[in-house]
Ligand binder design. Structure first.
Ligand code: DGY
Length: 323
C-alpha cells in the first residue's frame, strides 16, 4: 500500500512505515504543493500523511478513496473534519508529544520579551552596543507575577508548571470547562475571560483555533489588559488580530508581546512588530526540537499503519467516523 507524505518527515516515522511494508512517497520540493498537485499525487495512494497542508472540501471529495489521513501536528484547524467524517475518512493527529516543546517556546518568548532580548541582540549586530546607560533598555521582572492561561490543556499546563517553578507565578486561567486536575497541580484558579484580561501580567494563549477563538484577542480585549502586561501566542496567529496588537503596543495599552504564530504566516520581513523593542517573534517553531519532531513522525506513522490495517487509529480527531 502507498502513502503520500506532503513534506520530508523525520526518519523515525518514515522507517516505521517502511518496516510495516508500506511504500512511502515524500514530496521533496522545498515549497508547498498546489491543490492540483496534492490531488494528483494522492490519487494512486491509500493514505496521506499531511504536514501543514490545507485539506479542504474540494480536496477531500476528490480523495474520498483514502483510508486514513494522518496529520503531522496536533492542530487540525486546516482540515475540513466534517467533510472527512461524512466521507468516512479517519483523521489522526499528534497530541501530547509536543506539549513540552511548545510550552518551552512560550516560556522563551515570555522571558525574551520581558528583557527585550531579541531587540538587544539585533542592536549588537547593528553596532549599537556603546555607552552604558543605567536607565536605558530596562525590562520587567516576572517573579511573583500572575500568569493568565487562555486554554489550560496539556500545553498550557506545561507552561504554567514552568512559570510557577521558575518565578513563583500565580496561575489563573480561562477555559470553557474547568480543568480540575490542573487546578490541583499548579493551584490554578478559573476566571472569566474579562478577569483573565484584567488580572494577567503575562497572558499566554494555548487554545485551538475555532470559530469561538478566531480573533478573540482584538482591540477590545487588549484595552482591558494591564498597561504593563505581556501577551504571548504560540497557538495560532488567527486567534489575535495583528493590527489591533500592533496598535495596542504602540499606544501602550500593553507592554510587550511574544509570538510564535502570526497572521498571516510567514510574517513579512518588514512588519513593524519586528522592530519593536518589547516584541519577540519566532517563525512557528513551537514543536521544532529533534525529540519532538521525531515523536510526532512516529505518532503520525502509527496512525497511518493502523488505518491501513483497517484498525481504529490510535490518535483520532474524528471518532464519529467509526460510528
Ligand atoms: C501543531 O502541531 O499544531 C503545531 O502548531 C505545528 O503546526
Amino acid at each position: 500500500m502507498k502513502v503520500f507524505v506532503t513534506r520530508v518527515i523525520p526518519a523515525e516515522g518514515r522507517q516505521l512505515m517502511i518496516e510495516a511494508g508500506l511504500e512511502v512517497r515524500e514530496w521533496k520540493e522545498k515549497r508547498g504543493l498546489s491543490q492540483k498537485e496534492l490531488i494528483s499525487n494522492t490519487q494512486d495512494c491509500h493514505a496521506l500523511l499531511s504536514v501543514g497542508t490545507r485539506l479542504d472540501k474540494e480536496f477531500l471529495q476528490a480523495s474520498a478513496h483514502l483510508k486514513v489521513i494522518a496529520l503531522h501536528s496536533v492542530g487540525y484547524d486546516n482540515v475540513d473534519v466534517k467533510t472527512a467524517t461524512a466521507l468516512g475518512i479517519p483523521i489522526g493527529n499528534t497530541p501530547g508529544v509536543l506539549s513540552g516543546a511548545t510550552a518551552d517556546t512560550a516560556f522563551l518568548l515570555m522571558l525574551a520579551t520581558s528583557r527585550k532580548a531579541f531587540y538587544m541582540h539585533k542592536s549588537i549586530i547593528k553596532g549599537e552596543w556603546g555607552f552604558f546607560d543605567p536607565t536605558a533598555d530596562l525590562g520587567i521582572e516576572l517573579r511573583g507575577k500572575t500568569l493568565g492561561v487562555f486554554g489550560l490543556g496539556k500545553i498550557g499546563l506545561e507552561m504554567a508548571k514552568c512559570c510557577a517553578a521558575a518565578f513563583g507565578m500565580q496561575v489563573i486561567y480561562h477555559n470553557r470547562r474547568k480543568n480540575e486536575a490542573a487546578e490541583k497541580e499548579v493551584s490554578a484558579r478559573w476566571v472569566s475571560f474579562d478577569e483573565l484580561l484584567e488580572q494577567s501580567d503575562v497572558l499566554t494563549v494555548h487554545t485551538a483555533l475555532t470559530s469561538e477563538t478566531r480573533g478573540k484577542f482584538d482591540w477590545s480585549a487588549f484595552t482591558k489588559m494591564k498597561p504593563r502586561s505581556i501577551f504571548i501566542n504560540t497557538a495560532r496567529g488567527e486567534i489575535h488580530n495583528e493590527g489591533d496588537l500592533l496598535r495596542a503596543l504602540e499606544e501602550k495599552q500593553i507592554w510587550g508581546a511574544g509570538l510564535d504564530v502570526t497572521n498571516p504566516e510567514p510574517m513579512r520581513s518588514d512588519h513593524p512588530l519586528l522592530n519593536m523593542p518589547n516584541v519577540s517573534v519566532l517563525p512557528h517553531i513551537g514543536s521544532a526540537t529533534e525529540e519532538t519532531r521525531a515523536a510526532m513522525s512516529v505518532l503520525a506513522a502509527k496512525n497511518i499503519i493502523a488505518g491501513l490495517k483497517g484498525e481504529q487509529i490510535p490518535f483520532i480527531v474524528n471518532p464519529g467516523v467509526y460510528k
